[in-house]
Design a protein around this ligand. Structure first.
Ligand SMILES: [Zn+2]
Length: 462
């Protein structure tokens, strides 16, 4: 059955959104929300606009199903991080094309998902597709600053707008190379945030007389200890599954290294064999971590200060509590260091044996039978943290077929953020198949059955 090609329309919406400056701070998502509101109303939707602060707005639209299944939410954020125009080849808010790419701050983080979700929503309505579950479209503010005025605000004040069984959001749906496999990553969990402050105290005194126990020396020793010892390794079920699937059918050496990451006695050696950039990423997936990010002590050249402080960006793997983290941190930094908790956001981890995950896997593998679709744990945080409070299972899946070697992690928040036009064309086609298949299936089993039709060989079993 031929479907209308959603690519031109998606590209048009994406260009319109990229041309609206929604840098956060200050955000100004209201301008983007007005654009979306106009498009949705023209197509017969009755979207809800929720303003959380002056200029800050969220928009939610719903395409109703017959209610026999619980809703699917497509969520994206409209705010973007700042961009230094001097360093860009094309203006960050110019929405210009060059060599098959569309440039703009937000092209992959994540206005592309807003444009794709919008096109899929409109298409399903125009074709009168009978849905078993409501499809909810949400474009929200403030994700880049934690989401208090965006997803957090909606969850707190208007939970009925977002309540769903599953959600698709960031960060995933793009491709990386692991050994010989091209891998499509689907975020299925995120580390928790355990931000805290270390404080060391000492006797104030004259700087002309060295004091090895000054507050500054104590703090420096604590940070050196922390770097040397690190915190604990706790491979979760998700990370184990990722490693297990990624290591299959790899050359012997690659397979050994990947699997050794899960074995306490071999982990250090295995990490040592991985190139530095990837090593740090694997390390962060396996361990609780604490990175010093802010240092403060003293304000006079010739006085030992009474106090020295460091802020740590602590991150914990799923299954860990703040108390677990604090215990490890205390052991790592040694005695005489005060630890103050600044922020705690619990980690998340979702099962991958769900009909939605299978629908994603099938849609990708049908197009690229040689690739792998792997659930992964992200070390950052997303709006999934807010949605989790409503019991929504959120996967990071904003599909796009980036070129091999095109580093999505570096382009995100980096200079010259852009998306390949072909990557977007592929993405919206996949998103429609996943959403339509999942929302029209009578039961989870049927969803998988219909999507697997005509699929044979190893792809379906991967
Ligand atoms: Zn983002």
């Amino acid at each position: 059955m031929a479907h209308p090609d959603l690519a031109p329309e998606t590209l048009r919406h994406l260009k319109a959104l990229l041309a609206i400056d929604t840098r956060n701070p200050p955000g100004n998502e209201l301008a983007a929300v007005r654009y979306l509101d106009g498009v949705l109303r023209a197509e017969g939707f009755d979207p809800v606009v929720v303003e959380s602060a002056p200029g800050r707005a969220n928009i939610v639209a719903r395409l109703c199903g017959d209610g026999s299944q619980r809703p699917l939410l497509l969520i994206s954020h409209l705010d973007v991080v700042p961009a230094d125009a001097e360093r860009w080849e094309l203006p960050p808010f110019g929405a210009q094309e060059k060599d098959g790419y569309l440039y703009g701050r937000g092209a992959i983080d994540m206005k592309h998902m807003t444009a794709m979700s919008l096109s899929v929503l409109l298409d399903l309505k125009r074709r009168g597709v009978k849905l078993r579950r409501d499809l909810i479209f949400a474009a929200v503010a403030d994700e880049e600053a934690g989401g208090a005025l965006g997803a957090g605000y909606l969850v707190e004040r208007h939970p009925e707008l977002l309540r769903a069984e599953f959600a698709l959001g960031e960060v995933g749906g793009f491709f990386v190379q692991i050994g010989r496999h091209r891998v499509c990553l689907v975020q299925s969990g995120e580390k928790g945030c355990a931000w805290c402050r270390l404080r060391c105290r000492g006797e104030p005194g004259h700087g002309s007389i060295p004091d090895p126990d000054s507050a500054v020396h104590r703090l420096a020793r604590a940070l050196v200890r922390l770097r040397r010892r690190g915190l604990g390794a706790h491979p979760t079920a998700l990370v184990r599954r990722f490693v297990e699937l990624a290591s299959r059918d790899q050359p012997l050496a690659t397979r050994w290294v990947l699997r050794a990451l899960l074995r306490p006695g071999l982990r250090r050696a295995a990490l040592g064999l991985i190139p530095p950039a990837q090593r740090r990423a694997f390390y962060a997936q396996l361990h609780n971590t604490a990175s010093p990010t802010v240092l403060r002590a003293g304000d006079k050249e010739n006085v030992h200060p009474a106090l020295a402080e460091a802020v740590l960006d602590g991150r914990v793997v799923p299954g860990q509590t703040f108390e677990d983290f604090e215990r490890e941190l205390r052991r790592a930094v040694g005695s005489g260091v005060e630890i103050e908790r600044l922020q705690w956001l619990p980690p998340l981890e979702y099962p991958c044996d769900t009909p939605l995950f299978y629908a994603i896997e099938s849609a990708v593998l049908r197009r690229l039978p040689e690739c792998r679709v792997l659930p992964y744990l992200t070390t950052g945080y997303t709006d999934a943290k807010h949605l989790d409070r409503l019991g929504i299972v959120t996967y990071g899946f904003a599909p796009m077929l980036n070129e091999p070697g095109e580093n999505i992690a570096r382009l995100t928040h980096g200079d010259n953020e852009r998306i390949g036009i072909d990557a977007l064309t592929w993405g919206v086609d996949v998103l429609r198949e996943v959403v339509e298949g999942f929302c029209t299936a009578a039961s989870p089993q049927a969803a998988v059955g219909s999507l697997l039709d005509g699929l044979d060989g190893p792809a379906g079993a991967a």
